[in-house]
Design a protein around this ligand. Sequence first.
Ligand SMILES: C[S@@+](CC[C@H](N)C(=O)[O-])C[C@H]1O[C@@H](n2cnc3c(N)ncnc32)[C@H](O)[C@@H]1O
Length: 219
Amino acid sequence: MSRLGRLLWGKITPRRVLLRLVEATNARLGRRAQGRLYFEDLYRERDPWNYEESAYEQVKYAKTLELLPQPRFQRALEVGCSIGVFTHQLAAKADEVIALDISARACRRARMRCADQPQVHIRRGDLVHFVDAAGFDLILCAEMLYYLWDRPRERAIVGSRLGALLRPGGWLALVFGGSGVGQDWEGELERRAGLVRHETRFFDDPVRSWRFSLLRKPG
Ligand SMILES: C[S@@+](CC[C@H](N)C(=O)[O-])C[C@H]1O[C@@H](n2cnc3c(N)ncnc32)[C@H](O)[C@@H]1O
């Protein structure tokens, strides 16, 4: 086999070809490359980010819960809940948890995992279109806003949407890791939604550095 053949061996699978096609088509149509189909494809694997097993994720989840500004919340929204590993832990902190994910496959798994938590409601949907009249006193966006950063229109919608979804005095907690640490979502949310930054902490984990930020809606 040629050197190029050896390099590409096992890398060009039908699934990867399909995914590239979906991304290219979305780009041509002016849609988000990492939209619903992208995530549905990723969730052909049961746990694409290894949330169930990863010690790094467990430490990050524990630290995130510890840094929340109150021991308990009335209504919490988790955006990008994936297969519900963190959702299950967040359930102990709120009277009601709405957990949103763009992928139906992820939502099915999250629903099964959280079946023993009646206060948790898993919703399939895109944050860009999500509305809720009652509002939340906590919104948590962990490792998902990256996917919306590169599209200025959606970035602007999400910036103001998150503010609108918060009740006066409500808290927004953000978690970013790896390459996303460079995106200034905090600044975006201060400008677009009038949120006030309460704190940002950086964690130099040897696996992958990450940051946690807390913003509050005045009121
Ligand atoms: C990297 S995972 C993070 C999962 C979880 N928050 C955590 O930290 O363990 C990102 C998740 O966000 C979801 N997602 C991506 N874009 C979304 C959007 N626009 N609206 C809702 N969910 C989205 C994906 O389906 C995926 O499950």
